[in-house]
Design a protein around this ligand. Sequence first.
Ligand code: TXA
Ligand code: MG
Length: 319
Amino acid sequence: MKTTPATPEAITHAAAIIRSGGLVAFPTETVYGLGANALDPIAVARIFEAKNRPFFDPLIVHVANVGALDELVMGVDARAVALAAAFWPGPLTIVFPKQAVVPDIVTAGLSTVAIRLPAHPVARALIDEAHVPIAAPSANPFNYISPTRAAHVAAQLGGRVDMILDGGDCMVGVESTIVECAGPGTRILRHGGLPLEEIERVIGPLRDATVHRDAPIAPGQLPAHYSPRTRLAIVRDAHHPPAVSDAALLAFRTPPRSLRYAAVEVLSPSGDLREAAANLFSALHRLDEAGVAIIYAEAVPEEGLGRAIMDRLRRAAAK
Ligand code: TXA
Ligand code: MG
């Protein structure tokens, strides 16, 4: 796929793609990001599909100005205010307690959301013109090196994205530093483009939580972070075991006939894995609140986003 020089016209076009649920690869000062409308769960599901991630990993939400925080996060405390004032725009991501408007697929079911205000003029213009926050991981396939020029993205993900904006080489070239300001202590979760020393000069010593950061804070790494409280079992056929009154069904597609479960959630009426992935965490939340003894989850095909769905279901079932 061809890359497009990031002219003002191209950025306007890219913003329209984002607004209509598409994927745009764009430059930031750290690495190229693979962006989608952060408030549109199906658009975000396309990111996971394009990257071939084997499990859901929470994404960073990119904003164009500090005012955008008002609708996304709560509990912005003094530490976060100081960090934002000192380092935004720039290669720093801050993790905050999230508001309900942020879809579960963005945060992998966590109660926090990672926010970044990038310094790159193309990134800022894109977010500004899209009028929505943009969820974006690095624009590489899972397990590959992050892209720092548009051609990397074209080689690795070309064909899976709707547009690749070329803004030249990334200035920082490593991903943003991630600091969590969501609990009583401030923790550094990932070393990155903003040195620890600079951060500590502003807010004092940080707890180092980077040791296990090869493994991101995602449901796969911390099962306790996201498993339904309710017991869950995977079934190949929603008719077996037969429906009982204190069981719920998490169906992949619309069941062929009405089944006598206490509650039923359909992930995708037409059996579309992208739509199913976008709905998975929210559906599990609802069934967990249905007061049943067990959730039977119908197996989905293990291809595309189906692998991620089955990975999550197996972890939930293993609890
Ligand atoms: O520089 C960057 O940060 C680039 C550019 C595109 O902004 N993005 C990036 O995204 O590196 P990604 O998806 O490759 O890495 C995001 C990291 C992951 O390790 C993820 O686990 C962590 O951020 N993360 C996201 N949300 C989180 C949360 N709520 N709590 C803790 N960690 C979170
Ligand atoms: Mg990455």
